[in-house]
Design a protein around this ligand. Structure first.
Ligand SMILES: [Ca+2]
Ligand SMILES: [Ca+2]
Length: 182
């Protein structure tokens, strides 16, 4: 089950690194919390998590990210798991790891494939991130185009193999999967 405040939990690891398990705290933490967190962990370097540009529309990503980071699925992220999960965002992490991580991120309902509906939710979340407003039919057009491009087997959903092919041909998709050093 996803909980809307799970990202807050994730961010509480700041300043609690000596504790093994992340504990809840009050108030919302901006998606940029991960960036802040990285600054805490590596004070000399400024990290930015490309997925999260602003704080208002991150819930979808945040919930799903929490789930992916929560290796033991016990509603808490242990510090070691957290660091291991974050390593996939390292610029030097293998593209195949990033590709797989993104697939799992987009497969919101963990059905093993990305449906048109999931694609839409992600697109709308991304548009929200960038404060871009598009008319509905433009959104539908982008979705259909994307699905057509990625869904090489033509069954209306994206499996992991199709996703891998698509990313290989469109490496810019992984752009958001790298922590940018300023
Ligand atoms: Ca799915
Ligand atoms: Ca397909």
């Amino acid at each position: 089950m996803l909980s809307p405040n799970r990202f807050d939990l994730l961010c509480t690891v700041v300043g609690e690194q000596e504790n093994d398990v992340v504990s809840p705290r009050k108030g919302r933490v901006a998606a940029g919390g991960v960036a802040e967190l990285m600054q805490q962990l590596k004070p000399k370097e400024e990290f930015q998590l490309g997925v999260f540009r602003n704080s208002s529309n991150q819930n979808l990503f945040a919930d799903r990210l929490f789930d992916l980071f929560d290796a033991k699925h016990n509603g808490a992220i242990e510090f070691g798991d957290f660091v291991r999960s974050l390593s996939v965002f390292h610029p030097g992490a293998p593209a195949s790891d990033k590709t797989e991580f993104l697939f799992r991120l987009y497969d919101l309902r963990q059905s093993g494939y990305i449906s048109l509906e999931e694609l839409k939710e992600m697109l709308l979340a991304l548009l929200g991130e960038s404060d871009l407003t598009l008319p509905n039919d433009t959104v539908e057009f982008i979705l259909e185009e994307t699905m057509m491009k990625v869904d090489s087997k033509g069954d209306g959903k994206i499996d992991e193999e199709e996703w891998g092919e698509f990313v290989k041909n469109n490496p810019s998709v992984l752009k958001n999967m790298t922590l940018l050093l300023d």
